[in-house]
Design a binder for this molecule. Structure first.
Ligand code: SF4
Ligand code: SF4
Length: 506
């Protein structure tokens, strides 16, 4: 790559974003080091003046990497844009060796042993003791595999409570950062998109302690207990969501979650697409793909078609889509509008073009006419087969939610006399925290902040209280030996048979 000095204004964006430090600024002009440059084109993408130009030819000693769509050209002794591959004497070498599990075991840390992974009893129906330093309502011991195991449970009022809600859909729900409301009350925020899903948060301590806190707690509890909730995203969609059910978004019920982005869809189905048409476009708001230029298309023998898409190119055959209510979550309502132009010097009349989405929900088929126009035709059998293959690979569109909480007073002082020892035991897998028997993920760092899939917690197990807080069934399970060591309330312990006399454990 090289710089057109006439156009370069010295803004420095290319130097900021070059992943290998190949761009420097000299006398307010960008300069590219040719030996270091990998042709990743990041500088070209960010240059507002169009001042980055393609060099005439690739350095003859450079090797083209095939490990991702960037296709870096790497000179001897240099690394690619991702810093993983290096050209060593004409061979591309992955710099870090392949790691066995034993090499990462220390970093990964311990998992709680099987013995303590499940609680003896759950916190559901346990009640709470107050003030916090009183022993928890149930401290139960029992023998497992000849080892004394203890489970301590409480229904903990947690004001540090948030729901992270995942809605599997391509349909737009609203801008990231937009307010999520019920009526006029703010209950949450739109977070980042995830692969094929939109993420919202609901609650959080500041909303719970704010003006509408009691209402927020009530809505969160409904959501956590698997009841339907109606939301409105400010400037976005109306949502009706329920954990375990498909969402309703502005009155539409998406049946399928997309199989991947447009590029992934091309990667998955290129052989079928090649049978279906001469050119295939997979419309997607994240990455739209074009078979003839996409690596997967070329690998199955797709030839240039002269089709140019209206979206900006990311890497060959991959384009950044836009957002809207059209095909694949883009603004394209009429699929042929995705095509900006067709170069008739490359294309030939009779050429077949299929346009579809990442869910296979919609598809259209066109034949190129001698005057360069497109005529829509019914989908031939091969095209139907390819589209059906996409649809069959998609999972159903569902709503799911993680409850995220931080355990405070009763959920720690009620368990042991030295709460810091309990915190450390949870982080070091010597005590296992479950919620209604469901496994949790413990967030790293200090404190006991956990996440649990509410779909795995018995419906109706969450309550709310006007402190305001969500009440969550919490269990800690550990060996009796460890429990004593961390200052457990052993005087309040009861055998399992005394608590649930007629049931058989394990
Ligand atoms: S093409 Fe990539 S590696 Fe080369 S100068 Fe531009 S950003 Fe840097
Ligand atoms: S894998 Fe890394 S080195 Fe290879 S093309 Fe992609 S960014 Fe470049």
């Amino acid at each position: 790559m090289k710089i057109d000095e006439e156009k370069c204004t010295g803004c420095g964006l290319c130097a900021r974003d070059c992943p290998v430090g190949a761009v420097s600024m000299r006398r307010k002009k960008a300069v590219i080091r040719a030996d270091r440059c990998t042709w990743c084109r990041a500088c070209q993408r960010v240059c507002p003046e169009g001042a980055v130009l393609e060099a005439e030819s690739m350095p003859p000693q450079a090797v083209q990497c095939q490990a991702c769509p960037v296709n870096c050209r790497i000179n001897p002794g240099f690394k690619g844009a991702c810093q993983r591959y290096e050209n060593r004497g004409g061979d591309l070498v992955r710099i870090t060796p392949l790691h066995t599990f034993s090499l990462v075991e220390e970093t990964v840390g311990n998992q709680p042993p099987e013995l303590i992974r499940r609680p003896i009893i759950t916190g559901i129906g346990a009640g709470t003791t107050y003030p916090d330093c009183k022993p928890a309502p149930y401290i139960v011991h029992h023998k497992r595999q000849d080892v004394d195991v203890v489970t301590v449970v409480t229904e903990a009022p947690l004001s540090y409570s948030t729901l992270m809600i995942k809605i599997d859909t391509d349909l737009p729900v609203g801008e990231e950062g937009a307010t999520v409301q019920v009526g006029k009350a703010r209950v949450g925020t739109v977070m980042a998109e995830q692969y094929g899903s939109k993420m919202l948060t609901m609650g959080g301590v500041n909303l719970l302690t704010g003006r509408d806190g009691l209402f927020v707690a009530r809505v969160m509890t409904r959501m956590a207990n698997g009841e339907p909730v109606r939301l409105k995203v400010k400037g976005g969609a109306r949502l009706e969501i329920q954990v375990g059910q498909p969402p309703l978004i502005d009155g539409k019920r998406p049946e399928k979650m997309r199989v991947g982005c447009g590029s992934a869809t091309m990667g998955l189905f290129a052989p079928l697409f090649k049978e279906a048409a001469d050119e295939v476009i997979v419309l997607d708001s994240h990455i739209t793909s074009l078979m003839s230029l996409h690596e997967a298309g070329r690998s199955v023998g797709a030839r240039p078609t002269g089709v140019k898409l209206r979206f900006p190119m990311s890497t060959p055959g991959r384009y950044f889509g836009d957002k809207g209510k059209g095909w694949g979550g883009t603004s394209i309502e009429n699929p042929s509008e995705a095509i900006e132009s067709i170069d008739m010097a490359i294309a030939r009349p009779g050429m077949r073009i299929m346009i579809t989405e990442t869910t296979g929900r919609k598809a259209a088929f066109f034949v190129l006419q001698p005057d360069g126009s497109l005529k829509e035709r019914p989908l031939p059998a091969e095209a139907k087969k390819a589209v059906e293959a996409i649809a069959q690979t998609c999972e159903p569109s569902l709503v799911s939610a993680l409850f995220m909480g931080g355990t405070g007073g009763s959920a720690r002082a009620g368990v042991v006399k030295y709460p810091l020892k309990l915190t450390r035991a949870v982080h070091h897998a010597k005590a296992c925290l479950t919620v209604g028997g469901a496994p949790t993920f413990i967030m790293p760092g200090g404190g006991i902040n956990f996440m649990v899939d509410v779909g795995r917690v018995k419906k109706g197990a969450f309550y709310w209280t006007p402190t305001p807080a969500l009440i969550c069934p919490v269990e800690y399970t550990m060996t009796l030996e460890d429990y004593k060591e961390m200052g457990g309330h052993v005087e309040a312990m009861r055998p399992f048979s005394a608590v649930v006399p007629h049931e058989v454990l394990d």
